[in-house]
Design a protein around this ligand. Sequence first.
Ligand code: PGA
Length: 259
Amino acid sequence: MDVWILESAQAVAVKAADICAELIQAKPDARLGLATGATPQALYAELVRRNQLGQLSFARVETFNLDEYLGVGPNQPRSFHHAMRDSLFDHVDIDPINTHLPAGDAADPAAEAAAYDALIKARGGIDLQILGIGRNGHIGFNEPGSSLRSRTRVKTLSRATLRDNQLGKPDFEAPVMAITMGIGTILDARALLVLATGWAKAPAVAAALEGPLSARCPASAIQLHPDATVVLDPAAAADLRLTEYYELVDRARRHLASH
Ligand code: PGA
């Protein structure tokens, strides 16, 4: 696990954009796994900025989002489809045909979930999966108690997640279920890019990175991945115990880079 503790949330977004850009430059038809929520918004704004400056093209990039609310169609304002168009897809040169999310309004959600999992495999798998961490330690909508080998399926959201989804949105009627990539599906990605910013995430980040591997904290499954990069601001990193070691690694990295 490669842990970066940067000076601000904006620095986290820039570093995450650098990692995405490096992949896309090396592999213009890269398959990116995307996340919704507050955390990746600054990253998406930075990707849009670079695209509009002509520094980065999504013309051949294919994307797979982690999850979608159950019973919510792609054009409904509360859908993750809608959120992704708003924050990224409508502002870059990506072909909409290459942007995938589970269909929350599918007649047979279990079949839709299985088909989504199969589609990811059939396309050749995800090269880089972007992840946020919930305050309760979830990744995607894999709530505490989720099997660490789960595949894409329907999940019931926890009360904590329902509360978080509702925060600051008094008129938002939070759906109670979702179709989400499973933890096993997420771990199949060739690389993970985990982002967390703000004090509210500090306990979940510490549990995920340094706690026991446990379904109690689904994000702890990233410990199993051989190529996981975690980028944090100082607030999200506040409860970590191995900070001195991460700083040592960072110094060694800078030393190597300067030679
Ligand atoms: P957030 O959500 O980015 O809105 O904090 C993260 C998550 O729930 O995975």
